[in-house]
Design a protein around this ligand. Structure first.
Ligand code: TXA
Ligand code: MG
Length: 342
């Protein structure tokens, strides 16, 4: 299959292009599109055959359920049931935006979306192209991140093409995504509510509306799709815990060790430490005090290391607050070490 590319300026949207993309969705095809978090791979959520193509293109296991995207808060009632006031308070506070809610599903939702579960994950993205596409397609759009299963999520149309060229009908190139890590997923069918995946909305912000929310299920069982090694580049990732000079010294020691052993390696460093590692292959995440920048760069930098064909990435850490929780969650999953329980 030939994958078409449509460049659309999110600040001046060519509606003919949106109609073209929407027609592909309507006729059961696959369209990758930008959201404020990462690029999604969209199909008509009410068409099981179209959704099946998502799993095929991504090489994704069928038991890993998809997030359904809507463009109008009222449409939540069409896909989910048992919606209480607290859910409405949450979506009023965070939609459109990087929050996904897990609720009981409506009958009409095909099993392929939910992996056979009785629950559905839903969000309303805060991106004009995504919203226009959903409205014009006149159907909710199921969209996982538009990468091959297990790889770092795409934050540019180029990343989507690296993974899916020839496997999908269309990529809408709307430039780099703003946030760079996926939405926060909160399960509202659990008591107490619990965050299944930290993301664009910080847990501190969520707690303003639902103070009792926990991070990850208490029994430690991961939600479907929360596989141990995920978001991973080809290279192994070694996370150097610690702070300040103690951390940079540890990174330096291990880098010299790897150098002696002849490994190809890179160092993922914060901006303020860029000069500490001499001539080694250093790539910058962003300033440690600018977690927004660090999140926006994360997946792109991991993909850049793959282009250098390094065997190992030695990674510094960022502070685990706000977006830093999502950044460290993705780095830990990419390293194959499961997340810390907070
Ligand atoms: O920011 C995002 O959320 C992006 C953009 C494209 O919207 N999407 C995204 O989708 O990250 P994906 O497929 O990469 O992650 C979806 C995850 C699944 O792996 C699963 O863990 C969780 O959402 N999920 C979906 N339905 C669920 C359900 N019914 N119960 C629990 N978890 C669910
Ligand atoms: Mg994903």
């Amino acid at each position: 299959m030939k994958t078409d590319i449509l460049k659309i300026n999110p600040f001046c949207i060519e509606q003919d292009y949106i109609i073209k993309a929407a027609n592909i969705i309507k006729s059961g095809g696959l369209v990758a599109f930008p959201t404020e978090t990462v690029y999604g791979l969209g199909a008509d959520a009410l068409n099981p055959a179209a959704c099946a193509k998502i799993f095929q293109a991504k090489n994704r296991p069928l038991e890993d359920p998809l997030i359904v995207h809507i463009a109008d808060k009222q449409d939540l009632f069409k896909v989910a049931r048992e919606i209480y006031k607290i859910t409405l308070d949450l979506i009023d506070a965070f939609w459109p935006g990087p929050l996904t809610v897990v609720l009981k599903k409506q009958e009409a939702i095909p099993d392929i979306i939910t992996g056979g579960l009785d629950t559905i994950a839903v969000r309303m993205p805060n991106h004009k192209i995504a919203l226009d596409l959903i409205k014009k397609a006149q159907t909710p759009i199921a969209a996982p991140s538009a990468n091959i299963f297990g790889r770092p999520s795409p934050t540019t149309a180029q990343h989507v093409l690296e993974d899916l060229d020839g496997k999908i009908n269309l990529v809408i190139d709307g430039g780099s995504t703003d946030i760079g890590v996926e939405s926060t997923i909160v399960d509202l069918t659990q008591d107490p509510f619990c965050v299944l995946r930290p993301g664009g909305v910080g847990i501190e912000e969520l707690r303003r509306i639902i103070p009792q929310v926990g991070l990850y299920k208490k029994d430690g069982i991961l939600s479907p799709g929360m596989y141990p090694r995920h978001y991973a580049p080809n290279a192994k990732i070694l996370i150097m815990e610690g702070n300040g000079k103690m951390q940079t010294e540890k990174v330096k020691d291990i880098a010299h060790e790897f150098d002696l052993q002849g490994y190809r390696f890179g160092i993922l460093a914060k901006f303020e430490n860029k000069d500490r590692y001499g001539d080694f292959n250093v790539k910058l995440l962003g300033p440690g005090n600018d977690l927004v920048a660090c999140a926006a760069n994360l997946f792109s930098v991991l993909r850049d290391f793959d282009k250098d064909k390094v065997d190992v990435i030695i990674a510094e850490t960022v502070e685990e607050k706000g977006l830093g929780i999502a950044i460290m969650d993705r780095l830990r999953k990419a390293s194959g070490v499961s997340e810390k329980h907070v």
